[in-house]
Write a protein that binds this ligand. Structure first.
Ligand code: ADP
Ligand code: MG
Length: 377
């Protein structure tokens, strides 16, 4: 990847010294539909990311080349200069959000490429934003705090892409650390690193390559259910609710709201249990909690789909330690914690069975927990 970038950069912008930066895609081990309930997520950066060569160019313009898309874009740094191409809008958005913080940046040249699969649930967009947020902060010595850099990426999505995402993806991309997952408290925004060194296991994502249309309306309905249940219990967020409190209001809320809240209250505890288990290197418990989350999301939160449930069942049959749907649901990936000795057999068997059932094979993405944003050269 580096060679491709170097070649493209030299071709477009010449050979003078430049810098090389990277940031990563991410997974979330557990803690799903928890962010808007004030609970925890538990992401980590992965060994797939974005790499950008970059150099100040002495103009007031950005000149950018996407090696993967083989597209060039040029744009100024004022609000009215927004480029048309979506990939370039991410870079433009990052520039604008940094400028909105009262910082001064100058024109630069960049060629970049990545190996985070697009739209597969590993947040290639956050890798892109975080690479440039980190690079510009470093290159122009802006002194922006890392958390603020993550917010720059998040606000880029909100204001220049039209995606109202939370902070997790950019946070993980910027803060990621090799061999560690990060528990982020979505209410206080405090975070803590936990060791994740599953010796003897691999982490692998199986992508169903489906996205059922229900996703956005169902998402809003789930949020409403959570609000209803929280209100009935007199708490601001389900974070502050317990199973006992939920039992106490069972007659006052709909059966549906009850089930949704039941999942969310359980999910908070599962994240905490996984963190404890990691402290003991107890990956069997980690895996068991992943399955619990999967079936909670399927039966109680009802955001799974036949393809995801099929993969979770298959994983269990094959002896996989942990498997669950990763992301909001209704399609996308499962994340699997798999013992080395059954890995090959699982991939072959699950892929073949899935293809027989649904007419196409799942995509397979092995991932290793790795470092987040940093300067490479
Ligand atoms: P994801 O879930 O992977 O973040 P998104 O739809 O949010 O998916 O972001 C994908 C977009 O990010 C692409 O449409 C493209 O604009 C940009 N992008 C991601 N990776 C690359 C890349 N390697 N080169 C150029 N643009 C990229
Ligand atoms: Mg994205």
């Amino acid at each position: 990847m580096k060679e491709k970038i170097n070649k493209a950069f030299a071709e477009h912008f010449g050979e003078a010294p430049s810098r090389l930066y990277t940031s990563a895609g991410r997974i979330n081990l557990i803690g799903e539909h928890t962010d808007y309930n004030g609970e925890f997520v538990f992401p980590g950066a992965i060994d797939k990311g974005m790499v950008a060569r970059i150099r100040e160019n002495g103009y007031d313009k950005v000149r950018a080349y996407s090696v993967d898309l083989q597209e060039y874009a040029e744009f100024g740094l004022n609000e009215e200069d927004a480029p048309k191409a979506q990939w370039a809008r991410y870079i433009f958005g990052v520039c604008r959000e940094i400028i909105k913080l009262g910082k001064t940046i100058k024109g630069f040249d960049t060629a970049f490429a990545g190996d985070v699969p697009l739209g597969a649930g590993m947040s290639s967009s956050a890798a892109l934003e975080s690479t440039f947020a980190f690079a510009l902060n470093d290159m122009f010595s802006l002194g922006i705090e890392k958390f603020q850099l993550a917010i720059v990426g998040q606000m880029t999505e909100h204001h220049y892409i039209g995606v109202n995402c939370g902070i997790m993806d950019q946070f993980a991309s910027i803060f990621g650390r090799k061999g560690s997952l990060i528990r982020l408290d979505c209410r206080s925004l405090e975070y803590e690193y936990f060791p994740f060194n599953p010796k003897g296991y691999k982490l692998v994502l199986l992508d169903t390559v489906v996205k059922h249309e229900l996703a956005s309306s169902a998402y809003n309905a789930r949020r409403r259910s959570c609000e209803n249940a929280a209100k009935a219990m007199g708490v601001e967020f389900l974070r502050d609710a317990t199973f006992e409190m939920l039992e106490g209001v069972k007659d006052k809320i709909s059966a549906e709201d009850y089930k949704r809240a039941y999942y969310v209250i359980g999910e908070k505890q599962r994240v905490l249990d996984v963190c404890d288990a990691l402290g003991r290197d107890d990956y069997e418990t980690v895996g068991a909690k992943m399955y619990e989350t999967h079936w909670g999301m399927s039966k109680d939160y009802e955001v799974s789909c036949p393809e995801l449930d099929f993969l979770a069942i298959k994983a269990k049959e094959c002896g996989v330690t942990g498997c669950r749907v990763m992301g909001g649901g209704f399609g996308g990936c499962t994340i699997n914690l798999v013992k080395n000795e059954i890995y090959d057999k699982f991939i072959v068997e699950a892929s073949a069975a899935f293809e027989k059932q649904f007419g196409h094979a799942p995509k397979v993405y092995p991932v290793v927990i790795s470092d987040g944003a940093r300067r490479l050269e």
